[in-house]
Design a protein around this ligand. Structure first.
Ligand code: MRU
Length: 357
């Protein structure tokens, strides 16, 4: 997608030099900084410290990380070591282990000398596949937006609420929840996006607003607690969120606060969709509440806020009394009975009905 009018991806590889680059998302929206990841430990750090984040992007980053590990040492021992380091970087997004396992399965049967070349080719293919899947998610999801548009008065925008950043920055390109929105915008459909700020790390405010702004999609930032009020007043037509892990029965785990939006949407009769590649669906689990590991993050994300002063300095400020204790679960689970449907690259899945369309 566009950054200052220029096409960008969230991760890319210079195939002639083997160098892998990412956008350092810790500095957005204030600075656009590109980092090179040169060792497997740098890939692990990039995922853990959220230089890159978002389930599909974490997966592709880990695939490139495995390729980098094979450049360092392509032995069986190093396959095991690198895969366990990468998989341990963050617990919730299943795309991480899905991607690492896919690379490992491909390397295991090869002689060590062949592994570096095959691993980088596979990582590159996974990166390209991610973009293709997201384009297809957009095409499959735009029909929902078009349907709503048919019942709106001429000239009124279709108002879509999204949570966190499930945009192109959370994938290689295009995004998942944003893919139908970008598709609609490019088809000339009048859409407007409500962006939840998404405490504690504010990925909505800092990342979703940034990418929508750079791509010319009308949007407004709201505080997390405003969504219910907007829904009660008929100001939300559709909710689309992403997912970090979805069970085989259709329970959706996504950024903390997603569940509350789904409850409010149900109460107000608003369709609530999750958009994801099928690699986010964990075939091994059924019950999201008991089977998905929920990441707990540092308490300073809750007790402090990071932002930019008028003089450009980035600061972190305390918002509670010194010594305040806190709790910081990063994700929650929205049970399938609150979900209208799941938009995938293969079509629309209706977990409540047990059907695909
Ligand atoms: O903690 P983050 O920023 O990695 O969380 C990201 C989300 O919750 C996204 O909604 C999810 O990964 C889907 S991304 C297409």
């Amino acid at each position: 997608m566009l950054v200052d009018g220029k096409q960008h991806k969230a991760i890319w590889c210079n195939l002639s030099t083997g160098q892998v680059f990412v956008i350092d998302q810790r500095h957005l929206p204030h600075s656009f900084i590109i980092n090179e990841l040169a060792t497997v430990d740098e890939f692990v750090f990039a995922i853990r410290d959220m230089i890159v984040r978002g389930a599909p992007l974490i997966g592709v980053t880990a695939a490139y990380g495995m390729a980098m590990a094979m450049n360092e040492d392509s032995s069986d021992e190093n396959i095991a070591l690198a895969s366990s380091k990468l998989k341990g970087a963050r617990p919730t997004a299943v795309n991480l282990s899905w991607a690492v396992d896919r690379v490992v399965a491909c390397l295991d049967c090869l002689p060590p000398a062949d592994r570096p070349g095959v691993a980088i080719d596979l990582a590159e293919r996974m990166s390209q596949e991610d973009v293709k899947k997201n384009i297809q998610i957009g095409r499959n999801g735009v029909a929902l937006i078009e349907d709503i548009g048919r019942s709106k008065p001429v000239g009124e925008p279709i108002r879509i609420l999204t949570h966190c950043n499930a945009g192109w920055l959370a994938t290689v390109d295009r995004g998942t929840a944003t893919a139908p929105i970008y598709e609609a915008h490019e088809r000339g459909i009048n859409v407007e996006v409500w962006v939840d700020e998404t405490r504690p790390r504010n990925q909505g405010a800092s990342l979703t607003c940034w990418e929508l702004q750079h791509n010319g999609v009308p949007h407004k930032l709201i505080v997390d607690n405003a969504a219910g009020h907007l829904m009660q007043h008929g100001m939300v037509d559709l909710v689309i969120v992403g997912s970090d892990r979805t069970t085989s029965a259709g329970d959706v785990c996504n950024k903390i606060g997603t569940y509350l939006k789904a409850l409010a949407a149900r109460e107000n009769g608003i369709p609530f969709y999750a958009a994801m590649p099928t690699s986010t669906i964990d075939p091994d689990i059924v019950d999201g509440l008991t089977e998905i590991p929920i990441e707990e993050r540092g308490l300073e994300e809750v007790t402090n806020l990071q932002g930019q002063l008028d003089n450009g300095e980035i600061v972190s400020v305390k918002i509670c009394p010194n010594g305040t204790d806190a709790l910081n679960p990063a994700f929650d689970v929205t049970p399938r009975h609150l979900i209208t449907g799941i938009i995938t690259e293969n079509g629309l899945w209706h977990p409540r009905l047990g059907a695909f369309s």
